[in-house]
Design a protein around this ligand. Structure first.
Ligand SMILES: NC(=O)c1ccc[n+]([C@@H]2O[C@H](COP(=O)([O-])OP(=O)(O)OC[C@H]3O[C@@H](n4cnc5c(N)ncnc54)[C@H](O)[C@@H]3O)[C@@H](O)[C@H]2O)c1
Ligand SMILES: [Zn+2]
Length: 379
C-alpha cells in the first residue's frame, strides 16, 4: 500500500506543488483545504488554477482546519501530515488578529487534540513555518559580535534611518545569514502564530515519539503563486502592477533585502524532510542563501517584462516589517543534504515567463495599502 499523506492547505501554492511531486512518487495524497476566497477567488472551479492543478489527481476534502469534524475525516489512515494550511499575510495579520490566531493556532490545537485523544496512524508531522519567527534576524556588530536587533523604532524609520542598530551599543550593524539557533522574537501576529505552531507541535508530539519536522521557509516564489492576493507575495504584487502599467512604490530606501527561494527547491527540501529520518525532530531553514534588495527585484522584473513603468523609492514603511533577511543553510545542508538549485536570476526568469501567459486581473493592491494606512500600520 502506498503511504498516505495529508496536506492541509494542499490547494495552496506550496501545498499543490508538493502534492504533484508526491503523486509522481506514488504517495497516496489527500488534501484538506477550505479554498479560501483570498487565494482561490469566488468560484475556485473557474477562478483557481492552483485548485484545478490538483483536484482530479488527489483526494480532496473541502474543509476547514478550524473544524474538528473535518480533521476527523481527513486524518483517517494518514501516516504523514503536512500542516500547511494557514493565513499568511504579515501585514494583514496586524488587523485580523483573531482570524490569524484561529486558523493558525486553534487549527493546530485541533490537530493535536485528535492525535492525543483519538485512534490514528500518524508517523510523522511536517510543519510549514516561516522565517517570520526570527523577527529581525542575525547581524554583526564590530564591537559585540553576533547580535539580534530589536524591532526598529518608528522615530528612526520616520527619519529615514532604516538600518537596525546594535541592541547593546546602538552602533550600525551588518546583516549576517540567520541560523536556526538565532533569537526568536517575531514582530507580527503572523510570526507569533507560526512560532506558536512550532512550539505546540514539538511540545505535544515529542513526548508521544511522533517525529515532527519544522521547516522555516523564506520568501517562496515561482510559477503558480497567487497573482490575485494583494496581501502577500511581493513578486506577484510587483508583476501585477507592472503588467497593469501602474507606478511602483518601493518602500523604505529600496535597500531592504529578502531571501527568495524557488518553489521546486522548496519541494526538494520538503521531500528530504519526509524521506530522511535525520530530519526527525529538527528545525530547518529553507531558503536560497542569497539576499536580494527590493530595488533590484523591481529593476529585474521591469527588464524581464520588457516594459517601462515608473517606480519611485518612497520612504514609506510598514510597521512590523523587517529590514533584511538571508538564511543560513548550513544545518539543512549538513543534516539532510539540501542544496538549492536555482539562483534568483534563473528562478525569476521562469516565474516571469509563466506570468506572461496568465491573465492578470486588477489586484486591488492600492485598497490593501489604504486599509493598512487607515489602521496606522503604513507610514
Ligand atoms: N509562500 C511563502 O513565501 C511562505 C513563506 C513562509 C512560510 N509559508 C508557509 O507555508 C504554508 C503554505 O503557504 P502558501 O504560500 O502555499 O500559502 P497559500 O495561501 O497559497 O496556501 C494556503 C492554503 O491554505 C488554505 N487555507 C487557508 N485557511 C484555511 C483553513 N482555515 N482551513 C483549511 N485550509 C485553509 C488556503 O485555501 C490555501 O489553499 C503556510 O503555512 C505559510 O505560512 C509560506
Ligand atoms: Zn554593538
Amino acid at each position: 500500500m502506498n503511504t498516505k499523506v495529508l496536506i492541509t492547505g494542499g490547494a495552496g501554492f506550496i501545498g499543490s506543488n508538493l502534492a504533484r511531486r508526491l503523486l509522481t512518487m506514488n504517495y497516496d495524497v489527500l488534501v484538506l483545504d477550505n479554498l479560501s476566497e483570498q487565494i482561490h477567488g469566488t468560484n475556485p472551479e473557474s477562478t483557481s488554477t492552483l485548485y484545478n492543478s490538483i483536484k482530479n489527481e488527489t483526494n480532496f476534502i473541502n474543509g476547514d482546519v478550524r473544524n474538528q469534524k473535518d480533521w476527523e475525516k481527513a486524518l483517517k489512515d494518514v501516516e504523514i501530515v503536512m500542516h500547511f494550511a494557514a493565513e499568511t499575510g504579515t501585514g494583514q495579520s496586524m488587523y485580523e488578529v483573531s482570524k490569524y490566531c484561529n486558523v493558525n493556532i486553534y487549527g493546530t490545537a485541533l490537530l493535536l487534540d485528535h492525535i492525543i485523544n483519538k485512534q490514528h496512524s500518524i508517523k510523522k508531522v511536517i510543519l510549514a513555518s516561516s522565517r517570520a519567527v526570527y523577527g529581525e534576524g542575525k547581524y554583526y556588530c564590530p564591537k559585540d559580535g553576533s547580535v539580534f536587533p530589536k524591532e526598529r523604532k518608528e522615530t528612526n524609520l520616520l527619519n529615514g534611518n532604516f538600518e537596525p542598530t546594535c541592541p547593546i551599543c546602538s552602533s550600525t550593524v551588518k546583516v549576517s545569514p540567520t541560523d536556526e539557533n538565532s533569537k526568536l522574537h517575531p514582530t507580527s501576529i503572523y510570526g507569533i502564530s507560526k512560532l506558536t505552531q512550532e512550539k505546540m507541535l514539538i511540545s505535544v508530539l515529542k513526548p508521544l515519539k511522533i517525529p515532527v519536522v519544522t521547516l522555516r521557509f523564506q520568501n517562496v516564489y515561482g510559477p503558480g503563486q497567487s497573482l490575485s492576493n494583494p496581501y502577500t507575495g511581493i513578486l506577484s504584487i510587483f508583476s501585477s502592477l507592472i503588467k497593469n502599467n501602474k507606478k511602483i512604490n518601493i518602500f523604505e530606501d529600496g535597500k531592504e533585502s529578502r531571501d527568495f527561494v524557488y518553489i521546486s527547491d522548496v519541494v526538494d527540501a520538503i521531500m528530504l524532510a519526509i524521506e530522511n529520518s535525520n530530519a526527525d525532530y529538527q528545525i530547518f531553514n529553507v531558503g536560497s542563501g542569497e539576499a536580494v534588495t527590493i530595488s533590484d527585484v523591481v529593476k529585474k522584473l521591469i527588464a524581464l517584462y520588457d516594459t517601462s513603468v515608473p517606480y519611485n523609492v518612497s520612504g514609506n514603511f510598514r510597521l512590523g516589517d523587517i529590514r533584511h533577511n538571508v538564511a543560513d543553510l548550513s544545518k539543512i545542508n549538513k543534516m539532510i543534504g539540501f542544496v538549492p538549485k536555482y539562483t534568483f536570476d534563473q528562478g525569476l526568469k521562469l516565474f516571469t515567463e509563466w506570468v506572461d501567459k496568465q491573465i492578470l486581473n486588477d489586484l486591488e493592491y492600492e485598497t490593501s495599502l489604504d486599509t493598512m494606512k487607515s489602521k496606522n500600520l503604513l507610514k
